[in-house]
Structures are given as C-alpha cells and as structure tokens.
Design a protein around this ligand. Structure first.
Ligand code: CDP
Ligand code: MG
Length: 138
C-alpha cells in the first residue's frame, strides 16, 4: 500500500466541486487516511512549491494557492501516487484525458483543480507538510 497527498485547489473548492472530487476518489477505491480544509499563507505556499522556485509560473501559482480555502487529503491505495495522478489528468487541463478531474474542472494553466504528489519522496514530504502521524486515522 502506498500513500499520496491530494489537494483540492481553491478553484475547485470555490465552485463546490469538493464533494464530486471526493466521490470520484472513493469510487476508485482509495482510502482517505486523513482530510482537512485549510487556507495557506504565502510563506507556506512558497515552501510547499519550493521545487518550482525560479520558474515563470511560481509567483502566480502561489497567489492562486492562497486565494481561498483548499482541502488536503492523504490517500492510500496500491500504487496510489500514479493512480491519483491518472485520476487527476494532465497538468494542462486542455491536454487532460476525458473523464479526468482536471478535464472536467480545470479552467486555466494554474487553475487545474487538484494537486498530487509525483514520487514516494515528495509524497512523504508533502504528507508531513499537512498532517502529523497522529492525524492519519482513516
Ligand atoms: O501539478 P502537477 O504535478 O501536474 O504539475 P507541476 O509541473 O508540478 O506544476 C505545479 C502546478 O503549477 C500545476 O499543477 C499548475 O497549477 C501550475 N503550473 C502553471 O501554472 N504553469 C505551468 N506551466 C506549469 C504548472
Ligand atoms: Mg507536481
């Protein structure tokens, strides 16, 4: 079993897509080990996306990520990292496959509805960013 961090980004929370996204996650057989709604500060957003520091979209991405509440979840499944990225779809919502969350809810390059970790090391870092061991109760 593998764990990954999922975020429902401010754009998707704002359009009330939270419930539909959680439904798709559970229908696909992920266990939700932990979940919270929160709002990032700029300092925290910049730290979370540290890997993208210096890229042209870094500042806009952080501004967007602090623009409203987000929902953070720890998902568990076999090959959860890839399985969640498959369900999310491509980064650019215009290139995302039919039936993916980003295809259905994305609206701009940064406003692509959801986040998912991309490797075991980043998943461990990102999970501990949002949740303590004690909060993984699901
Ligand atoms: O989220 P994902 O791992 O698919 O993509 P990323 O390359 O790690 O980029 C992180 C986030 O930055 C994306 O989800 C987009 O919200 C945003 N982004 C952007 O605004 N413009 C780009 N050219 C690339 C990414
Ligand atoms: Mg990424």
């Amino acid at each position: 079993m593998q764990k990954t961090l999922a975020l429902i980004k401010p754009d998707a929370v704002a359009i009330n897509a939270t419930g539909e996204i959680i439904k798709r996650i559970q229908t696909k057989g992920f266990r939700i080990k932990a979940m919270k709604m929160t709002r990032l500060s700029l300092e925290i957003a910049e730290d979370f996306y540290d890997v993208h520091k210096g890229k042209p979209f870094y500042d806009d991405l952080n501004s967007f990520m602090i623009s409203g509440p987000i929902v953070a979840m720890v998902l568990e499944k076999e090959n959860a990292i890839k399985a969640w990225r498959d369900l999310m779809g491509a980064t650019n919502f215009k290139e995302a496959a039919e039936g993916t969350i980003r295809k259905d809810f994305g609206s701009a390059m940064e406003k692509n509805a959801v986040h998912g970790s991309d490797a075991p090391e980043t998943a461990a870092r990102e999970i501990s960013f949002f949740f303590s061991k004690m909060e993984l109760v699901g």
